[in-house]
Design a binder for this molecule. Structure first.
Ligand SMILES: [Zn+2]
Ligand SMILES: [Zn+2]
Length: 276
């Protein structure tokens, strides 16, 4: 039986439904060969996940998902980052703080539209605040999310540029991957231009297997990856059971070979080594 993987998984440390231990158990139960935990702006889930993954015999790559400046959501995944580095932790803490302030600002913006969400009560109830909890509150109050999607996506504007995110990942030994490019909502010409310029800043690869990427876009992105010598990765962007872990297009499963290729690429390139 062919094995499959998921290189894009969120936990409760950012906006996922399951904690790192539950994620590893979930992966085990679903026969997933390898996963990467890629929480937004945090690596807090990594130590527990590493411990549990070793126990359960799941291959785990440490990861993170960072936002970069773009009019639509530009997300960059960082794999294999040296998560014990002091400069890395310092910057991540700044990002976390700025994300929290962004969420408080988002609640203020929603209030102007007569949606009354109190960041304080979310904090009191859950001990944290994230986009998922705000969305849940909106739904609990009987509203739909659709009219506020733009607010939800642009809630936080204090981002690094794509080039800065890539070099931040690289300096800390990581591999940088442009996540779910289709969410950028740009045409093929702009997409190629953007990817080419990110590649010039050191981008290593593109997330090509993702539930938001249709067959046609996937084919286009594969050609771009080949043309610019970028690696391909994939994952379900798992937050909760609304997607099936390890899948990217209905029932299509993310193949194990992407994990092996990523690992080989990392071993061959060892980013950051030349900086030591
Ligand atoms: Zn994302
Ligand atoms: Zn994600």
């Amino acid at each position: 039986m062919e094995k499959y993987i998921d290189l894009h998984v969120h936990t409760t440390m950012s906006d996922g439904m399951f904690n790192p231990k539950q994620i590893i158990q979930y992966a085990k139960k679903n026969n997933i060969y390898a996963i990467s935990i890629t929480d937004h702006d945090t690596i807090d889930g990594i130590p527990t996940a590493l411990f549990e993954a070793q126990k359960e015999g799941i291959n785990l790559i440490s990861g993170i998902e960072l936002n970069a400046k773009h009019e639509n959501a530009m997300h960059i995944l960082g794999y294999f980052i040296d998560h014990e580095s002091e400069t890395f932790i310092k910057k991540i803490n700044e990002l976390k703080m700025s994300r929290k302030n962004g969420l408080i600002y988002l609640c203020r913006e929603l209030k102007k539209k007569n949606i009354n969400i109190s960041p304080k009560s979310i904090m009191n109830m859950h001990g944290k605040i994230n986009k998922y909890l705000i969305e849940k509150e909106i739904l609990n109050k009987g509203y739909s999310i659709e009219p506020y999607i733009k607010d939800m996506l642009s809630f936080h504007n204090d981002y690094m540029s794509g080039a800065d995110v890539i070099s931040f990942i690289k300096v800390h030994r990581g591999i940088s991957i442009l996540a779910h490019p289709s969410r950028l909502q740009i045409d093929n010409v702009e997409m190629e231009y953007l990817i080419k310029s990110l590649k010039n800043h050191g981008l290593d690869g593109i997330e090509i297997y993702h539930p938001d990427i249709n067959k046609c876009t996937r084919f286009f992105l594969q050609q771009i990856a080949y043309k610019y010598g970028l690696i391909e990765t994939g994952g379900s962007d798992f937050h909760d059971e609304s997607v099936v872990m390890g899948t990217y297009n209905g029932n299509d499963k993310v193949p194990q070979v992407l994990y092996e290729k990523l690992l080989n690429y990392f071993n061959k390139h060892q980013p950051g080594k030349e900086l030591v």
